[in-house]
Design a protein around this ligand. Sequence first.
Ligand code: S3P
Length: 171
Amino acid sequence: MIISLTGFMGCGKSSVGRELSRLLCCPFMDLDSVIEEREGRKIPEIFATEGEAAFRRMEAEALRKCIYGQASDKLVVALGGGTVMTEECAKIVHEKTVCIYLRASVETLMDHLAGEVDNRPMLAGNLRTRIEELMSIRSATYEKTAHIMIDTDGKTIEEIAREISIKELFI
Ligand code: S3P
């Protein structure tokens, strides 16, 4: 079984994923890190030199490799915040993984993303406006791609990971 984590930038996918993999004693993959390692450069540089469309192709390729090439019987994958906006990726995630949507309010995202904007090219401009704009485009896709939704506001990384690990027992 592959557990994937989706949700907006700053919702905690990577931190929760790492903690969840510890609780479930299984490997963890962070899709953004996989892309950066394969490309030998950071995501802002990829966006700056090749643009978003090229990044999305790399992201889809990394996802295919990660999902179809995995050897262990259990794996936790933190997706990028925009991964499921590519139709092919959403289909793979929905059909081949148990997908968890980590939902967070704009306030929580603002808190988590303050100081992090330089690493996230999709957030260039006014932070609140960008979060609201992108969330209004993306939230329906997060909801329909995921199988389980978790409200994360006010919860710690450990609490969220524990909540998922308890649900995992019933999957
Ligand atoms: C993106 C989210 C980022 C990264 C890239 C694009 C997005 O991942 O994949 O900057 O479009 O939401 P995180 O959600 O891990 O920040």
